[in-house]
Write a protein that binds this ligand. Structure first.
Ligand SMILES: CCCCC/C=C\C/C=C\C/C=C\C/C=C\CCCC(=O)SCCNC(=O)CCNC(=O)[C@H](O)C(C)(C)COP(=O)(O)OP(=O)(O)OC[C@H]1O[C@@H](n2cnc3c(N)ncnc32)[C@H](O)[C@@H]1OP(=O)(O)O
Length: 235
């Protein structure tokens, strides 16, 4: 595959593209910390109202700056980086600049994709364990990236997750994925999630290249805007 044209290209998180994203990463890290503190602390009620007021003021400050909705808008001005760079930052599972992202990191070695992830208390489902929906979301992101191993990247057709045992919180989770077979536009994959030596979950996924090609998703942007990844995306 021409790696430069892989829409899923996002190597192990690299340094931020510029100072803007570096600063945004810092804000996102603070918001993650805030989320963790929010779900693991019990200040008195009046203090929480004070904190809420401060945060509302902060959010209003932010909202007063120019607003940008969606990756296509981010790349349009040419000031914030390429589609690959913006995706790298804002992906909801892997983007360092998106506080929703734990984040999931990934790398390819030979014909195997590896990744890791760390979920704090905000991700609790069963006691002390990662919520199953997040386990599935982590797999979807990771397997989507792992398609880099194949020739015809596509969208998730299905993602079947087996939960073997509870996935622990506050633990480094290791991910592994391989392509099991490919047939025309279809790529079949399997993935595993480990906490130490324990296999906590595994998945089988089908990714399907859309009939008009993955680039049909770029209809609203010129290809050169979308697929001009930086050196850091070229892995
Ligand atoms: C500005 C530029 C933007 C460019 C960006 C490009 C790509 C970016 C896309 C996503 C990247 C985002 C993040 C990347 C990181 C992580 C990835 C996360 C992945 C996702 O989060 S992605 C979102 C969830 N995902 C969807 O939102 C898919 C909705 N869906 C569809 O878009 C269509 O449904 C599609 C395209 C799947 C197929 O549509 P289609 O019309 O192209 O193909 P068709 O139906 O003909 O199927 C062809 C053959 O696949 C078999 N087949 C199809 N579906 C099957 C199923 N479910 N089970 C079993 N077999 C299935 C058929 O049975 C047939 O098989 P056969 O050929 O043997 O008959």
């Amino acid at each position: 595959m021409n790696e430069l044209k892989n829409p899923f290209a996002s190597e192990e998180i690299t340094p931020a593209f510029n100072d803007e994203w570096q600063a945004k990463r810092r804000v996102a890290a603070a918001v993650r910390l805030l989320t963790e503190v929010l779900v693991t602390s019990s200040p008195d009620t009046s203090k929480m109202h004070d904190i809420a007021e401060q945060l509302e003021t902060t959010a209003a400050d932010f909202a007063a700056s120019p607003r940008v909705y969606g990756r296509l808008d981010w790349i349009r001005s040419g000031e914030h980086g390429s589609y690959g760079q913006v995706s790298h930052e804002l992906n909801p599972l892997a983007g360092y600049s998106n506080p929703l992202a734990p984040p999931v990191t990934t790398r390819i070695e030979g014909d195997v994709a590896y990744g890791h992830c760390f979920c704090g208390w905000a991700y609790e489902g069963p006691p002390g364990s990662v919520h199953g929906g997040y386990v599935a979301a982590i797999f979807d992101q990771f397997m989507g990236f792992a398609q880099k191993l194949g020739k015809r990247p596509g969208m998730t057709g299905y993602l079947h997750v087996d939960y073997h045992q509870r996935t622990p919180l506050t633990t480094d989770l290791q991910l592994e994925a391989r392509i099991t077979s490919a047939e025309g536009r279809k790529t079949f994959m399997e993935g595993k999630m480990y906490a130490g030596d324990a296999l906590t979950a595994s998945c089988n996924a089908l990714f399907v290249e859309p009939r008009q090609g993955i680039y049909s998703l770029e209809a609203q942007a010129r290809p050169e805007e979308v697929f001009s990844p930086p050196a850091s995306d070229r892995g």
